[in-house]
Design a protein around this ligand. Structure first.
Ligand code: SAJ
Length: 425
């Protein structure tokens, strides 16, 4: 590498292009801008680009405006799974194709999107090499997994520690210098690019299996008449060797519910069967059905079936206080309740376009059953007396967010996820 690229990076003069202005690319664009690093945002969504430009941010959907003489290009596009839970690299490969047609010598390309180990070298690099540039000579490629946690007030792109892996030494050094220019946290250099890809997958798969662990315990403790939430709180008093996770209606989102499949598929292609990871996914994917089962049990306790019963489902987003409903358990729960003949009302203040009620009060009024799927603060602020006054008779608490004793004292039937105790009818 000519000394100029890494010098330009270190002196914050490297012209940087962020490809993909979503929940990962947008914060990155912002922090580089705040550090005075010359940065351009590129996205194929013209409306999104227009919104950024209206806010005075340099963004474009025209490659010829973004890429010429770029020093650093960071790819932050989605890596979803398809309906068969297979990894979908379409966005990454499309972005790589666009990038390679405008690549100039001495450029660093960093992939931040979450991918299976080996993807950068097996899929991204061959596309970039069509530019005629040569890895390690005038083309430098690295992976630095994104760790953006939407809505987290404590950790964001300026202070989150990062790990970096390069296809070779110069790529690693250039990428590490890029992140060290604006990250307050540690930037850990790893030996190979696959190690950096594996870190992110392992982080999120760790979370998925731990959630599956408590979800299976919840189903077991329902039989045993033990309240799992009390037991987890008890176990969490141990100051070491235990990390609390919580059972619920299911695991949604574009990270935890998706990333394990990238490793499962990749390992399968290389002759290893991740039985444990697959079982954890099966357990978590069974939780929406378990929540519907608890709805049937709750209605049965008041002598009702689901068919013809007014049921309000609260929450479409995959987690509280956000509007993202990707992979949300609300989908399968609504589908199954609809197939059982429930008269459904749906409400999520963060997803008005798919809500059938315009307020929480309207959503619960006259409903015989309420199913909580997302623990939005607005829902938790609703007291049991308010539910009772609205005519609600059964509360299915898909996030164990309500005080069971208070709900039962208000005369409602309560069904949680793993909260049945010997006194439950
Ligand atoms: N969930 C449970 N039980 C739990 C925790 C989560 O059922 O104990 C469910 C949530 O309801 C949600 C899903 O799992 O449907 C995912 O929740 P999440 O809190 O993991 O939220 P995400 O998907 O936004 O995860 C992000 C991840 N960040 C990145 O990938 C960069 C993840 O690595 C973080 O651990 C997580 O935020 C976090 O800690 O908040």
């Amino acid at each position: 590498m000519t000394p100029t690229l890494i010098d330009r990076i270190r002196s914050k003069k490297a012209k940087t292009v962020i490809v993909g202005l979503g929940y990962v690319g947008a914060p990155l664009l912002g922090i580089l801008h705040r550090h005075g690093i010359p940065v351009v945002g590129f996205d194929v969504d013209a409306d999104k680009v227009a919104r950024y430009r209206a806010d005075g941010i340099v963004a474009t959907d025209r490659p010829e405006e973004a890429f010429p003489d770029a020093d650093v290009i960071v790819i932050c596009v989605p890596t979803p799974i398809d309906l068969g839970q297979r990894p979908d690299l379409t966005f990454v490969l499309r972005a790589a194709e666009t990038v390679q047609t405008h690549l100039s010598p001495d450029t660093l390309v960093v992939l931040e999107s979450t991918v299976a180990p080996g993807t950068t070298e097996e899929y991204l690099l061959p596309v970039l090499e069509r530019s005629g540039l040569r890895p390690g000579k005038d083309l430098f490629v690295a992976h630095c997994p994104e760790r953006v946690d939407p809505g987290n007030p404590s950790w964001d792109v300026h202070n989150l520690p990062r790990v970096v892996g390069g296809i070779d030494g110069p790529s690693l050094e250039a990428a590490a210098a890029f992140y060290e220019a604006f990250v307050d946290g540690e930037v850990m250099r790893l030996s190979r690019v696959e190690a950096a890809e594996a870190v992110k997958i392992v982080e999120n798969t760790f979370r998925d299996v731990n959630i599956a662990f408590v979800n299976e315990l919840a189903m077991s403790f329902d039989k045993l008449g033990i309240d799992i939430t009390e037991v987890i709180r008890g176990a969490a008093t141990k100051p070491f060797g235990f990390l609390a996770h919580w059972p619920g209606a299911g695991v949604g989102g574009h990270c935890i519910a998706v990333d394990p499949y990238y490793l499962i598929a990749h390992a399968d292609q290389h002759g290893f069967n991740h039985r444990f990871l697959k079982i954890a996914r099966e357990v978590n994917n069974a939780m929406p059905g378990y929540t519907v089962q608890k709805t049937l049990v709750g209605l049965n306790r008041i002598g009702r079936s689901v068919k013809g019963t007014r049921v309000a489902v609260l929450g479409l987003a995959y987690k509280p206080e956000i509007d993202d409903s990707r992979e949300s358990p609300a989908g399968p729960i609504l589908k199954e309740l609809r197939s059982l003949g429930a008269e459904l009302t749906v409400y999520d203040p963060f997803v008005p376009s798919r809500s059938t009620a315009e307020s929480l009060q309207e959503a619960v009024q006259g409903q015989e059953c309420v199913v909580l799927v997302t623990a939005h603060k607005e829902f938790l602020a609703m007291g049991p007396a308010e539910l009772q006054a609205a005519g609600v008779k059964v509360l299915v608490d898909g996030r164990n967010a309500f005080d069971q004793a208070a709900v039962e004292a208000a005369g409602l039937v309560y069904e949680g996820i793993g909260r049945r105790h010997r006194g439950t009818a």
